[in-house]
Structures are given as C-alpha cells and as structure tokens.
Design a protein. Structure first.
Length: 380
C-alpha cells in the first residue's frame, strides 16, 4: 500500500467529495453495525481499487481504477489486506445494475481472501496476520424470526459484501469478524477464493435439492459454482448429468466426473432425482422440470433471473418441487470449507490482475471462463 496525500478522482468525482460522502454515510450507520458497514477513514492513507461509480453494461467498462481512502474497522470489525478476490456472476449483475444498488460509488467483490491487518475495538476472534476469507453474507441482525431459527440468510436487514459493503476489488476491505472464516491450509489464496461464494452457495443448493448419495443429479450451466458442486456430488457417490451449451464446459464436466454432458434441450439420459440450475435464464426451468422423476426437486441457484415462462402443471404434478436458493448461512460456510479440505476439492481457476476486472466480467458474461476467475490483488 502507498501512503500519500489523496489527490485522485473516481471517474469525474474529486476524491475529497467521495471521502466526504463516505464520512457522512458513516455518521448515519446504526450503533453496533459499524463493523459491517463502516467506512471511517484513516487520514491520508489510500489504497488501489476498482470502483463502480454507476452501473452500466460491462462492454462500457463500468469499473474505474482509483485510489481511495483506507477504511478503519469499527466495533467488532477487522481490516483485511486483500490478496485475491473471486469474480462471481453476482458481481456482473451488480455492475450492470440488475440488482438494486443501495450505495454508490461501490467496490464490488465478495469472494475475499486476505490477512488480518488491524483489529477494531472488541475484535478478538482472529489474531493479526491470520489468513481469512469473506463471502457474500456480511452481516445479519441476529434478532429477527429468521435469524433465531437458523435462517440468517433470509434476514430482512442482512447486508452483503460488494453490495451494501465495499468488497474485495481493492487492496483492503472491512469485515465483521463474525462473518469471516479461517481457510484450510491446503488451498492457496488464489485457489481458496472461489470457495467463498461459488462453493458455499453451491453446497447449500445441493442440500436444498434433497439429493442423496448414489442418486442422479442434473446441473444446468457449468461455471464457477457447478464445477465445485459436481465434485461434492461425486464425493457423495452421486451420478451427475451436466446440461451446458459450451463444448469446453462439457469437456471440463466430463473431466470432473460427469456421466453425461450435453445441451439443456436434449432429453436426459435418465430421470433425475434432483437438479440445480445455475444460469440466470428462466427458459431453463421448464426444461429442467421435465427431466425430473416424480417427487424430484429442482433448486434455482441464482440471485436474479429472467422471466420464467408459463409452466404446464404436469411438469410439477406428482409432487415435484421447485425452489429458489437465497444466500447462505455461516453454518453453510463452515461446513463447506471443512468438506472442501477433506474431500478434497479442486478449484479450476483462471487468474487475472485487478486492473482487468472489466475484461474479466466481460468474459464471464460471454461464458468464456473455464471454472472460476480470480483477481490477484497488488500488494504494493
């Protein structure tokens, strides 16, 4: 990190205006939530980041390279020196404005790997220098009916990394220590990054699909999450069928143990006990439902999706289930990270420098990434 007077701009906005806006926002934060959303400033220290001033199509290069004030951890918070950050389809939805953005400008990124650089008041969970990961769920209230019954992923006041809270497309990021995780030593920083969203939400999708060891599972789309899900499913002894349009993705699926790989429009080689859709396109849903056996479940792993066409009732009849998957809990994260180390899982990755974030999101949009894309964050 370079420490010098802050003179940069974010797009056409002078940095002093951005700094003032951050400080003003900090004053509005509710007591006790500063660790998850705090943007208090460390004087003149600045860090490099890719900033979203306003959402635009990724072809228009919506992210801007900038130098911004280094954040200060609040109560129960930690400051993380970011080493790597995975690139997720949710980041693409964010920068293109398909999700409602509660704040701008914004630093995207929610698959963060780094080391604890500073502890906020009351933070005791991690030692300085500990290697940690941060995922999508940044904070939940702990008081509502959903939190109290173990469904913090459905908390109406939940905050998400790279959406409500500045994320990991930067040299430093904040986190509430309760929502950060120690990472298995067997994974390098780059290898660990995709585990923190693609892996965890994929694991939750598997659980919600109701798949059991030895059963037949269909995966629709084969990107970052699916390439980890198939490994868990094979670890459980499941037979996996992959429906994806790209021949390179089909080849990877077969390498990772798929019994069959083809297009979604193809008939399934056998009735499926469960299916998971990853592509955010509604027209896949009726096709996938048509592949299920009676009593089977289709889980939709997507934070947003195009309209689902009218579904004939016979596709749901005979007790088939259609359900969405929303976010994940800390328990999901802890269980999956342990499983990833024990199996062990392999993350297929392509690595890019932080400055190429726009280009990487473009490749993701065009389905040109094999496995997962990870941004390597500059350390000077």
């Amino acid at each position: 990190m370079r420490c010098e007077p802050a003179r940069a701009k974010i797009g056409d906005v002078p940095l002093w205006e951005y700094t003032f806006a951050l400080a003003k926002r900090q004053l509005k934060l509710r007591k006790g939530e500063g660790a998850h959303a705090g943007d208090a400033l460390l004087g003149e220290q600045i860090v490099q980041a890719m900033i979203l001033p306003s959402p635009r199509p990724v072809e228009e290069q919506p992210l801007t390279w900038a130098e911004v004030p280094c954040p200060e951890p609040g109560m129960g918070g930690i400051l993380i020196r970011v080493r790597a950050c995975g690139v997720c389809h949710t980041d693409l939805h964010t920068v293109e404005g398909e999700l409602t953005l509660p704040r701008l400008p914004l630093i995207p990124g929610h698959q963060i790997v780094g080391v604890v650089e500073k502890l906020g008041p009351g933070a005791t969970r991690f030692a300085l220098g500990a290697r940690v990961g941060v995922g999508w769920l940044a904070w939940a209230c702990g008081e509502c009916e959903f939190c109290l019954r173990g469904e913090e992923n459905l908390c109406a006041r939940a905050r998400f990394t790279g959406l409500h809270i500045n994320g990991g497309y930067a040299q430093y990021a904040l986190a509430d220590e309760r929502f950060a995780y120690l990472l298995p030593d067997r994974f390098s920083d780059i290898q660990a990054a995709p585990l923190l969203c693609a892996g965890i939400i994929g694991y939750r999708s598997l659980r919600l699909s109701g798949i059991k060891p030895g059963e037949r599972l269909g995966l629709y789309g084969f990107g970052a999450s699916a390439h980890l899900v198939i490994q868990v499913a094979r670890h459980w002894g499941c037979r996996v069928y992959v429906f994806t349009r790209g021949e390179e993705h089909r080849r990877l699926a077969r390498e990772l143990g798929a019994e069959w790989a083809g297009a979604a429009e193809n008939a399934s080689p056998a009735p499926l006990d469960a299916g998971i859709t990853f592509a955010p396109v509604g027209w896949l849903v009726p096709l996938a439902l048509g592949h299920l056996r009676p009593g089977g479940t289709l889980a939709i792993n997507a934070v947003t999706m195009s309209a689902i066409p009218e579904v004939r009732y016979e596709l749901l009849y005979q007790e088939r289930t259609l359900r969405s998957v929303a976010n994940f809990t800390r328990q999901d994260a802890e269980e999956f990270l342990s499983l990833a180390a024990d199996a062990p899982l392999h993350t297929e990755i392509e690595v890019f420098p932080l400055a190429q974030a726009n280009e990487v999101l473009g490749r993701l949009k065009r389905s040109e990434v094999r496995g997962s894309a990870v941004l390597e964050i500059p350390q000077d």
